[in-house]
Design a protein around this ligand. Structure first.
Ligand code: NAP
Length: 248
């Protein structure tokens, strides 16, 4: 048993920046070949360059995960170009926060399409290949709002709760095919998604974290590199908080 990921191919969605990039770096550090996937080509190219600087191997494939055909193309192109697919990390996500009584139907649909349907699209595209090879490691990114909801995040919280249900269903359906499926609940992580928060709100969030600091994308990546490894072969259907002890 080892945590080495040499010979494994990993797709990380939304990995041009933020948590996705941190996950890609950690999987690369352990030896996996990385597919940087994003909607932003400039960031995707920079992501590949970052992996190469680390001495790793990476390609990029553009995909808007909310579109089934693009998710399918992502998976098929990765398999064609790299000869396999072992690890799928569904990280791509957006937020369009507004109190529910002011939330537009478009903002509801946009967040559900990327954060929930996007996860289904990628898993659906990869699952038959993984079932046939009887090997797969799938990790989906949820959020603490999945359990308690969050003011201003009806769309986001509902999508992230859906991600947990999807994760557990996928784990139940595919365990006998040696496919594990787990979800991560990041705490308050320092990325562009959270940097828009006013300084006062930032300090309040950090005051609720036992470790006394916001998390880094690499903190999330470390956990995912473990879940993707052989040592985590018997870990599935799990929902893991990586939040430095954040109390909400
Ligand atoms: P981020 O900094 O906003 O990065 C999100 C990435 O996803 C960007 O590269 C973005 O591309 C890409 N993306 C957006 N829509 C996409 C689509 N339709 N298809 C493919 N890629 C798309 O966010 P983050 O903070 O790294 O968050 C990553 C994940 O963690 C999300 O699922 C988020 O909900 C979750 N999360 C974050 C936190 C946190 O504290 N940051 C906490 C809990 C959960 P562009 O550059 O073009 O926008």
């Amino acid at each position: 048993m080892s945590r080495d990921l040499s010979g494994k191919v990993a797709i990380v969605t939304g990995s041009g920046r933020g948590i996705g990039l941190g996950i890609a770096k950690k999987l690369c550090e352990k030896g996996a070949t990385i597919v940087i996937s994003d909607v932003n080509e400039e960031n995707a190219k920079a992501g590949v360059a970052a992996m190469e600087e680390m001495g790793g191997k990476a390609i990029y494939i553009l995909a808007d995960v909310s579109k089934y055909e693009q998710a399918e193309n992502l998976v098929n192109t990765a398999i064609d170009k790299l000869g396999g697919l072992h690890i799928l990390v569904n990280n791509a996500g957006i937020n369009k926060d507004r109190m529910m009584h002011k939330m537009s139907v478009d903002d509801w649909n946009a967040v559900i399409s990327v954060n929930l349907t996007g996860v289904f699209n990628c898993m659906r595209s990869a699952i038959n290949y993984m079932r046939e090879q009887e090997y797969g490691r799938i990790v989906n990114i949820s959020s603490a709002s999945y359990l308690n909801g969050n003011i201003g995040q009806a769309n986001y919280a509902a999508a992230k709760a859906g991600v947990v249900a999807l994760t557990r269903t996928c784990a139940k359906e595919n365990g006998k095919k040696n496919i594990t499926c787990n979800a991560i609940v990041p705490g308050f992580i320092d990325t562009e998604m959270t940097r828009g928060v006013p300084e006062k709100a930032w300090d309040i969030m950090v005051s609720k974290i036992s470790m006394g600091r916001a998390g880094t994308p690499e903190d999330i990546g470390n956990m995912i590199a473990f879940l993707a490894s052989d040592e985590a072969a018997y870990i599935t259907q799990g929902i893991f908080e990586v939040g430095g002890g954040m109390v909400l």
